[in-house]
Design a protein around this ligand. Structure first.
Ligand code: CO
Length: 318
């Protein structure tokens, strides 16, 4: 469908050559490029300030995934006329807190009346084109690291269905509110081969994007996948979001021996994430450096697999 749209060609549009780039990258001069991204969504938690913090962390994430530094943000707001304005103020305050923590500034925004609240940011960052991190560089032998547990889609579904309360997903909320800033700083310091952040396509989709962009086979260790509390229980009783089934339909054909995948593992792999962690591919020789850089910044991480020789653009779960 997108192929039918006019294609832009500009030598400074660096992201045009990057398959599945997390953000648009536009070169300004030799040492600077703009990194731009936008995201917004309806509430996934009850607390308005927390919703704002999550929306901001989520929108900023694509800038971090590419090694950029957020500079400015514009807020995008949809809000029902019938709701108390104090709720909107709380949402925006949460959002602003995270932009402040990112070291960026909100320079403006736009709001419309809407049936359901929506909040998000259009974010602009800066990156040195020479230090740009993309989905492209993973090589056989690299180790795969993930910096946040999985399961936010499943938990949000359970919360919406009133099977759990917000307190039961406190750990996931704290995770979603956490900026990928420190993880990105560690990745830049240690030097990684490839990176992306985990969002709507789940680990499954985003890992496959890396596999395809890098032309490699990724091997994920199903038993090593980190997961937020309550996720397995909720998935076991069928509280799986619709997006998870879209992800399966779209991505499972590219998973080797997918018929042997345990359903519980698939629930985690396909779960759409909000403000998920970074998926990092790092050369074996740099793994210790990266671990040390993440530890120093108190960023949790899990080694969830490796890049292996074999079918390019495919994934295998062991
Ligand atoms: Co992304």
């Amino acid at each position: 469908m997108l192929r039918q749209l006019p294609q832009f060609s500009d030598p400074n549009l660096l992201s045009a050559d990057i398959p599945f780039a997390d953000a648009g990258v536009y070169r300004l001069d030799e040492s600077r490029a703009l990194v731009q991204s936008v995201d917004f969504f309806t509430p996934i938690v009850d607390d308005p300030a927390s919703y704002g913090r999550i929306a901001a962390a989520n929108a900023l994430s694509d800038i971090y995934a590419m090694g950029g530094t957020p500079l400015t943000a514009l807020s995008l707001v949809g809000f029902p006329a019938c709701l108390d304005r104090a709720i909107l103020v709380a949402i925006l305050r949460g959002c602003a807190e995270k932009v402040l923590e990112a070291g960026a500034v909100i320079v403006g925004g736009h709001s419309v009346e809407d049936e359901e609240p929506k909040i998000g940011l259009a974010v602009t960052g800066l990156v040195d084109p020479a230090r740009l991190v993309t989905t492209r560089g993973a090589r056989p032998g690299d180790r795969l690291l993930l910096t946040k547990p999985l399961g936010t889609g499943i938990l949000a579904t359970a919360l919406k269905g009133e099977v759990i309360g917000q307190s039961a997903m406190a750990e996931a909320i704290a995770g979603m509110e956490t900026l990928n800033k420190a993880a990105a700083a560690a990745m830049l310091q240690a030097g990684v081969a490839a990176a992306t952040d985990i969002s709507g396509f789940g680990l499954l989709g985003h890992a496959l994007e890396m596999a395809e962009a890098s032309g490699v086979l990724l091997e994920i260790d199903g038993a090593a996948l980190p997961v937020y509390p309550q996720v397995r229980e909720m998935a076991a009783i069928g509280l799986v979001p619709a997006g998870s089934y879209n992800n399966r339909e779209h991505y499972l054909p590219r998973v080797l021996e997918s018929d042997r995948l345990a359903p519980a593992t698939l629930d985690l792999l396909a779960d759409p994430q909000t403000s998920g962690g970074l998926l990092l591919a790092v050369a074996k020789e740099r793994l210790a450096l990266l671990q040390e850089a993440l530890d120093r910044r108190k960023v949790p991480f899990w080694i969830i697999g490796r890049v292996v020789e074999g079918s390019p653009g495919r994934l295998r779960v062991v």
